[in-house]
Design a protein around this ligand. Sequence first.
Ligand code: HEM
Length: 302
Amino acid sequence: MPSPTPQAVLAPLTEAAIFLTLTLEDETPGSATTTATTPDPTADTVRALLADVGGLRRSVGFRIPEGDLTCVAGIGATAWDRLFALPRPAGLHPFREVTGARHHAPATAGDLFFHLRAHRLDLCFELAQHLVGRLAGVARVVDEVHGFRSFDQRDLLGFVDGTENPEGDERAEAALIGAEDAAYAGGSYVITQKYVHDLAGWKALGVEEQEQAIGRTKADDVELPDDVKPANSHVALTTIVDADGTERDILRDNMRSCRHRVRPSPSSATPRIPASSRRCSRTCSSASRPATTTGCSTSPRR
Ligand code: HEM
């Protein structure tokens, strides 16, 4: 039997993306009364849609081949138990929230996740409409972010983002499950996070301090030398090395999503000033480290 074709997890970044997170309606997913073996019309509808995602993607994407439309479907840990009478992939679990001295990464609800990508947002949106339409009455969209790639590959902080993403064969090695969980080989784990940036505060730091925070130069994107790069810089902290010296990679798909928040004007005579609340959404795919906000498994689909 041929091995299953992985979903388009490894596809390169495109200009546009939609991140859709949904929760299932009615019975509590994963509750004792709702399993994959009890009658559950909601689960039937979801399973039928998951089987059709590839076909729906072709229905939209085939007409504009140069749009490179892809769709990756992810299934949350508790939804997995409700949808499938199969053991969970080894690393799939609900996100364990992280509370630090200054920052908090909450666990937010998510049973289904769709990562839609194309060179044009209209293709993503058309497919999203099909997906959401098919799930009407059985699942609720709890988060929808429309992202766009920025020129020069820069993120909202103004830094080139994605440089150290794995390339070539290393992408599959980093993001796809292998022989360590043979039943799910070719699948992947995805986490999705959303950050709201305080851009006024960030800009007030000045370029040198920003570079120390990230660990790379801002203009030309060169990693700071080890004796200059602070140990708490982003790049230093995100370089994860196992006890045996193996460096662990993840695949990141960062997209910008911006909205200018309109502040109430002190008087009607004063023009409204757009403030700088902007957000970015990012997914990280990994073969071994499912975690954070919404953790989903993306099983290989044909
Ligand atoms: C607001 C959120 C974030 C922003 C703006 C951001 C930005 C950046 C930038 C500018 C770089 C340097 C260029 C590059 O190699 O891509 C970087 C590197 C990296 N980031 Fe982030 N990042 C964010 C969140 C995260 C999160 C949540 C993770 C992990 C879950 C992460 C993991 C990494 C990794 C693994 C690298 C590569 C480090 C290296 O090997 O040099 N980032 N990020």
